[in-house]
Write a protein that binds this ligand. Sequence first.
Ligand SMILES: [Zn+2]
Ligand SMILES: [Zn+2]
Length: 360
Amino acid sequence: MRALAVFPGERAVRLVERTPPRIATPTDVRLRVLDVGICGTDREICRFEFGTPPAGADHLVLGHECLAEVVEVGSEIRALAAGELVVPAVRRPCPHDACSPCRSGRQDFCHTGDFVEHGIKERHGFLAEEVVEDARYLHAVPRELRDVAVLVEPLTVAEKALGQARQVRERLGDRAGNTAVVAGAGPVGLLSAMVLAAAGFDTHVWSLEPESDARAELAASLGARYVPAAREPLARLGTRLGNVDVLFEATGVPQVTFEALEALGHNGVLVLFGLPGRRSTLEVDAAAVVRSLVLRNQVVLGTINAGHDAFASAIRDLGTFEARWPGVLRRLVTGRFPLDEHGEALRTDARAIKSVVAVG
Ligand SMILES: [Zn+2]
Ligand SMILES: [Zn+2]
């Protein structure tokens, strides 16, 4: 079978021929991969800036945003059957007894850093014709979501972000305001806008693209207001809105993070999930930042990866979004490419929102 792999030593990305995997334990499930979404992380791995092959391997099979179909299940598996659709989780627990998150199924909160991640860190990814995975890391998806379920994994990022923002907002009870801003209109930014709009927030999407861009139209079709960065700086948007209660920072640009802090209102929660590059030096008024955090009861939280609860919410919400905004999720997938044309999917294209490798 074919798989797409990155060879960091050779600085090469190419299709490789591999032996199809077999079921080895009673809880294994053999899967035929259907769709794999490509994101900034994959592009960084293909530029050899990121990503680690499994121990002893000279290559890493790519792919972490996966939709697959069950082909065969191990002898102990009752909850899944051949033909069902599933989305696998990306992260696997670290081996340390002292890591209570990993020992209790919350490896998204691993505190040792020794977790592994499919297609990213020390574990082959899903960009292969077939994979075998333990059933406990698989999430069943209804058949009617076949065309859009490749978005489940990126959506889990937004679901985990909202889940944590909600926990912080519990301190306010029913006094919490409902003005939300998402900075960045990439796939996770737009999915965040959907999550927030569906949760009843008055949602604004602030991003670099001009108002004529497809992303702006997409935001508008959710009932969110799109604000081009060139028309209004983020901090000024915050002032105009009165009080920004929740701000999702999805650009990963450190300068935007500090502007987001300026835009954040009283009792506001700033959630960071965009990842900056390795180095960035900025001059900031540190006293103003600290003053604002204290005087306005603000919370800044970072979030990475997602737990089972976020996968369950993402799968449920994809159905909700389809019903509420018919066709909008499909418009997020701007390109589908067969395995042979992976180069097109990996290419950075300013007009593309989400590129997908259609493996099967
Ligand atoms: Zn991704
Ligand atoms: Zn751990």
